[in-house]
Design a binder for this molecule. Structure first.
Ligand code: ADP
Ligand code: MG
Length: 620
């Protein structure tokens, strides 16, 4: 081996070159020059990219969008590709060319626009809607910690509404079919808004109520139906019913011997016109928002239920009922690990009610199936909404910000479970996913009705008292919500275990054979059983921890009382109040474990029946 060659220093390399002769030198020099050129080219490219990035960043800033320029660019590229693939064609939500046959359950998703606060925090829009599909673009870094990339999780629903969609479009696709069902068949129907706090549930529900007010009376008039319209509007908070139309009066939930559920003390208020309707609903909303400021964000921890009754004017018999439910924020799953036991009990209650609700809607989709409505107070109150001939709409609302992608994915998975069950249970002939190509055979809402609904949005009565201000209905909640979201997002990071825990991979939209379908349903049922069993264990554990804490506090409370020679009236009153609180909290905790236990039992039965079917199938 030549000792000169082995040296790595530049001088030695030169020496090596010189001893190797002019031809070799020339060749090597050229190679070095080429390498230098290449390196310079790379530098130029990097500089150009940096300059372009700066220009892009400046452009985004000027447009009021200071988020991560690379991720924003990647999302935009993805959208451009999609738009090209679909030839910029937008599928309509109703009328010719739209999908139909949503059956008795409609599942829709609505993405709200980016808020100023999100923009100021340099968050970026991470959700794309191409009706009926919606995609969540999760921003990721490779292991080097520098290279950025996106993962795309796709879902398909009956309707996917983007930030440009108006509430009248949403109303026509999701709530109008419910109203038609209620008015023309005297049936029951329910519309839910589900999603994390701040995702637009109250905004959407308020706007729906506004349009509904006009559409309802017009429909009744056009169809010549004589009924009395009455409204009840209440909040279900921590397991208690509070009447929003009567100073938040607490009402009792009672079930009679026949299994009928009654809320005693809840008063219906007659609404004789659209204006009446709006005034009443607006009063209910203001009860919620006022209370929010006083009690720090209680509205996002409560379910707001607005019931619209159509009654026979002569004897008060029910001639139809439409229920509108603005559900509590869905992000509370993480709170079961929080140290505040009251918060934990509230979270457990919300979590349980949302899980039970999902189970009930799915059971409704399966038809004939047992509806586990006893799983929570919410589902108990809504018992009649799960009768086989009732109709249901679930509107899942999502925040577009990248910082909320985990929550958005959880929301979409929740909604997807409802839809998945519904479609797979309906018929073997159909695809497991609703194909986008099914075309509408019905003509959709009449032109007249559409223009009537559109004009409802512009309705602006002179009286400020009557004015239904959607921004107002939602604005007061914002600051408290922000605080709560920040809290729950930080608790949530890294534990996306919330309500469901599917992998966030793209969902294939394909036909499956019946046997494959059965197999995958069995697998899904098994996976769900594992999920709910785990949830039961967590819930039980959290409940025991809470109980232990409470026991200690209660012992101390009694000891303090005994230490006093003679308990004063005040001390006794205090003791009684505290004891009532402890008992309420314990009742809540036990009920939440009981509800989880019932859900597990229900899943076990389903699993056993799947296993039996599969065994029978294998034997044949
Ligand atoms: P939630 O009830 O889910 O907690 P809100 O309905 O209070 O959320 O909405 C949070 C904020 O976002 C409010 O300021 C509301 O006005 C705004 N917002 C929600 N949805 C929309 C929308 N589709 N268009 C414009 N603003 C919206
Ligand atoms: Mg709200």
């Amino acid at each position: 081996m030549n000792p000169n060659v082995s040296s790595s220093s530049t001088n030695n390399r030169r020496k090596t070159i010189s001893v190797s002769g002019p031809a070799k030198y020339d060749q090597t020099r050229k190679r070095i020059e080429r390498m230098e050129e290449e390196r310079n080219e790379r530098r130029r490219e990097t500089e150009q990219k940096k300059a372009a990035r700066k220009v892009e960043q400046a452009k985004l800033l000027a447009a009021g969008n200071p988020g991560d320029v690379d991720f924003i660019g990647m999302v935009q590229e993805w959208r451009d590709e999609q738009a090209k693939m679909h030839n910029n064609h937008k599928q309509p939500h109703y009328g010719p060319g739209s999908t139909d046959n949503h059956g008795n359950i409609i599942v829709a998703v609505r993405k709200r626009p980016m808020s100023n606060k999100e923009i100021q925090k340099k968050d970026h829009d991470s959700i794309s809607c191409f009706h009926p599909k919606i995609w969540v673009h999760s921003a990721k870094y490779k292991v080097d910690g520098i290279t950025k990339y996106l993962t795309h999780s796709g879902f398909q629903f009956d309707h996917a509404f983007g930030e440009d969609s108006t509430t009248d479009e949403i109303y026509m696709a999701t709530t109008m079919p419910l109203l038609d069902h209620v008015v023309s068949t005297q049936g029951r129907a329910t519309c839910f808004c589900y999603g994390m706090t701040g995702s637009g549930k109250t905004y959407t529900m308020s706007a729906i109520q506004q349009i509904l007010a006009h559409d309802l009376y017009e429909e009744l008039r056009e169809q010549g139906i004589q009924v009395e319209v009455t409204l009840a509007f209440f909040e279900l908070y921590g397991g208690f019913v509070q009447d929003l139309l009567h100073d938040r009066k607490r009402c009792k939930l009672l079930e009679d011997g026949k299994g009928e559920v009654n809320i005693t003390g809840l008063q219906e208020v007659p609404a004789r016109s659209a204006e009446d309707f709006l005034r009443i609903v607006s009063a209910g909303h203001s009860q919620r928002t006022t209370h929010t400021t006083e009690a720090n964000d209680s509205s996002s921890r409560s379910h707001a239920i607005c019931q619209v009754f159509l009654r026979d004017p002569s004897n008060g018999d029910l001639k139809g009922k439409l229920t509108l439910v603005d559900l509590a924020g869905s992000e509370r799953g993480s709170d079961t690990k929080s140290h505040n036991s009251l918060r934990r009990a509230e979270s457990a209650e919300i979590n349980t009610s949302l899980l039970s609700l999902k189970e009930c809607i799915r059971a409704l989709g399966q038809k004939n199936a047992h509806v586990p409505y006893r799983g929570s107070k919410l589902t108990l109150i809504l018992k009649d909404c799960f009768s086989p001939d009732s109709k249901t709409t679930m509107i899942a609302t999502v925040s577009p910000g990248a910082s909320a992608t985990d929550h958005s994915l959880n929301t979409l998975r929740y909604a997807d479970r409802i839809k998945e069950q519904r479609i797979s249970s309906s018929s073997n002939k159909r695809s497991t996913r609703g194909p986008a190509s099914r075309t509408c055979t019905s003509s959709g809402p009449s032109r007249q009705r559409i223009s009537r609904i559109l004009s409802a949005l512009e309705w602006n009565p002179n009286s400020s008292e009557n004015q239904f201000d959607i921004q107002k209905a939602t604005r007061v909640e914002e600051d408290a919500d922000e605080k709560y979201i920040a809290e729950s997002v930080s608790t949530l990071s890294g534990e996306i275990s919330d309500l469901d825990d599917d992998e966030g991979t793209d969902r294939p939209i394909k036909e499956t054979k019946p046997t494959e379908r059965e197999e995958s349903e069995a697998l899904r049922a098994a996976r769900e059983l594992f999920d709910v069993e785990e949830e039961l264990r967590d819930e039980h554990f959290a409940c025991l921890q809470d109980m232990a804490e409470m026991l200690q506090e209660e012992f101390k409370m009694i000891q303090d009382m005994e230490a006093m020679a003679q308990a004063s009236d005040d001390a006794m009153d205090n003791y009684a109040i505290k004891l009532a609180e402890y008992l309420d909290r314990k009742e809540l905790l036990i009920r939440s474990v009981q509800a989880k236990f019932d859900i597990v039992k229900h899943h076990r039965e389903m699993n056993q029946s799947f296993t039996r079917d599969m065994e029978a199938f294998v034997q044949t």
